[in-house]
Design a protein. Structure first.
Length: 138
């Protein structure tokens, strides 16, 4: 989960944990204390200011990579995140500055799914209502 100390990132961390996921998180180094307070240990947190997160996460996963990337970064950070996905992994693009053509991503990374997510048009009112209802029960 990139930018894990932002509003969406913090919610994503909690939802992922609730669902039983092992969470790796990035944030600017100045916000690593917040990640620690959220219970993200040093082996599961990295800087969102350089691409060293790729190596540290790959090492922590024994070379396997991750199943899901929730992305809000751009450029070389997106490239590094795409490389981190395990076979069958899902890349969920939340950012607006580096949206890629899914067909081009599929050519370079055929074993992953790339999805641009924008809640309002993608979900619609009924689904948003169900999502909010489920969140209230957590």
């Amino acid at each position: 989960i990139h930018a894990a100390t932002g509003g969406v990132g913090m919610a994503a961390v909690q939802i992922a944990r609730y669902r039983g996921a092992e969470v790796f998180a990035t944030a600017s180094p100045g916000k690593h204390g917040v990640l620690e307070e959220m219970g993200i240990d040093a082996a599961h947190r990295a800087s969102s200011r350089d691409v060293a997160f790729e190596e540290s996460v790959r090492e922590a996963t024994g070379g396997r990579g991750v199943d899901v990337v929730l992305n809000s970064l751009a450029g070389e950070f997106t490239d590094a995140s795409l490389r981190l996905l395990a076979e069958g992994g899902r890349f969920i693009e939340m950012g607006k500055t580096d949206i890629r053509d899914p067909e081009q991503v599929a050519l370079r990374h055929p074993d992953i799914a790339y999805r641009v997510f924008d809640l309002i048009p993608d979900a619609g009112p009924a689904r948003i209502g169900r999502i909010l209802g489920e969140l209230v029960t957590m």
